[in-house]
Design a protein. Sequence first.
Length: 322
Amino acid sequence: MTPPPGWYPDPSAPHQERWWDGTAWTEHRRAPGPAGYGAPPAQQQVSGQPSTVPLLTGGHPGQRRSADGTARGRAVALTSAGAVLVAAIVGGAFFLGEDDGGPRTGTPPSSAAPTGPSPVTATPTPSPAPTESPTEVEDQLNGVTFPLPDGWVPPKNVAEDDVMMTTDGTYDCPADGGVCRHGLVVSRTVTANAESSPKTLAEQDIEDAADDAYDRDLVGNKPFGGIESHEEVAAGPVAVAGRAGYYVRWRVTTAEGPGGYVQSMVFPSTVGTESPILVRYVFDAGEDGPPLADMERITKGIRPVGDADTGGGVGSGIGPSD
């Protein structure tokens, strides 16, 4: 708020007052007068005539000077005393300074509408479009890739490092309350066995695969209460990534829960030492488990890395084994 015109303490000479015309300081100065907004400097009296100008410094308003100046001494004394009081009052009511071009009052600023441009609301930057879901996963050690059917995802928060994919989501295991998945696919290299026949290796592995999936887990718990029985439901030769392989599939019955299907499939690798590759399928039974047809879809879609044309599957033509 800009103060109205009047006498205010001079910022450059606190012992006197200076005239503020409402917008800027003028060059008019005077000795301190009574507190309040004053009037512009009075015109000088005409020489030789008695002063009839009201006394503004000391005394009561309207007191006049006589021609012989007999009231001058008392007026000067009252003016000096009043100046001290005025300086204290004015000093409390106004803050001196010329940094903003004039006197500043202690009155809080009014809530006038802003005169500047209206603030501009930034337009949020759109988030980048999510990347497309992967369509395959790669087993770099064995040099093959696996397709990801609908409902399957790359492994996440899985203890085993050779899991290639799992069904999306988890559930509480029916027996010990741990975390289970309705399906998973494991790929590993057979190195601890001198046997090289895919048929023999698959038949030897199926029992271990069933125990690992539905009997005891890695820490010795029984997530399904253990296996009660099993039945072989399928077995035979299979072409995988252009190589001749063999598979065995069991239906497993567990103490708790619907049980599931376990399949062991072995085929020669096409890279490195050509050590056999073992692929295990674990599918929960029941309506929550993945369809058994996904075993065939995944098997048919296994490819050598960099070769999108060489596939396989049960009943497909068997590729060379050398």
